[in-house]
Design a protein around this ligand. Structure first.
Ligand code: ZN
Length: 144
């Protein structure tokens, strides 16, 4: 599931909470007569460090999002009143897991590239030869 949206309340203000691929946005209605939609909060998925569901004394369920203050300056805790917090937790955690998976794949790729780059200079002519070679590709001297 790459996107999700539901009505929400943020800091007592009514609006819409929407997640699309890698960004979470809260849009609120502005203006008394002429209603306009305005983005009040925009949190990138990679700035989210934790997603949770909490219940208040009155039994109202809240979606609680904790953010990394380096990637998302400001308050690190965001509470949204949504009708389906459990589904929100599910959607956001799935997105967060995908990011972690992609980062891990990227790390593996970098390691592989480094392995390929490993070369040693020939002691006679200085030509760089792959570590797997036994003789220099230029002068034929034994490598190692
Ligand atoms: Zn050589």
């Amino acid at each position: 599931m790459a996107s999700h949206a539901s009505p929400a309340k943020y800091g007592g203000v009514s609006g819409t909470l929407a997640f699309d691929r890698d960004t979470l946005t809260f849009t609120r209605m502005d203006g008394m007569l002429k209603k306009t939609m305005r983005v009040a909060v925009r949190i990138p998925l990679d700035a989210i460090v934790n997603v949770n569901m909490e219940s208040s004394f009155l039994g109202r369920k809240k979606l609680v999002i904790l953010t990394d203050s380096l990637k998302f300056p400001g308050i690190p805790r965001h509470e949204f009143e949504v009708p389906d917090p459990d589904q929100w937790v599910n959607v956001l955690q799935t997105g967060m897991y995908k990011i972690t998976e992609e980062e891990m794949k990227e790390e593996v790729k970098i390691v592989k590239e480094r392995e390929v780059i490993v070369k040693i200079p020939c002691r006679h002519c200085g030509t760089l030869n792959a570590i797997t070679e036994t003789a220099c590709s230029k002068c034929g001297a034994p490598v190692k």
